[in-house]
Write a protein that binds this ligand. Sequence first.
Ligand SMILES: [Zn+2]
Length: 110
Amino acid sequence: MNIPDVYLGGDMKDIYCPVCGERIGVETEAYCDHVLFVYLDMIGEFIWSANPPQSQRIEDDEELETPDEKIKALLKEINSDSVLCVSFTTSGMACGPMSSTVYMAFDFCT
Ligand SMILES: [Zn+2]
């Protein structure tokens, strides 16, 4: 299972829920019902989860080292055919080149 990555270039752009079309900003506080989780690799945290105890446990699991491993472990637990997980990557220059990836999962059957 691979998580498709969408490269957005220099700036994070608005993302729209593929199910209902609602605008999803990374800094939003409320997501539509279709968003299962949002994970920001730069801080290594789920900034949103529809099931906080589950995502917290994955986040704290030290056996899972990379964001990719954590996301795949969580998707495996959710184990649903109606879930689409996509990562969005931006890159730019701060104190040197940097890039940031946000993982989002959508449930098409919510
Ligand atoms: Zn939606």
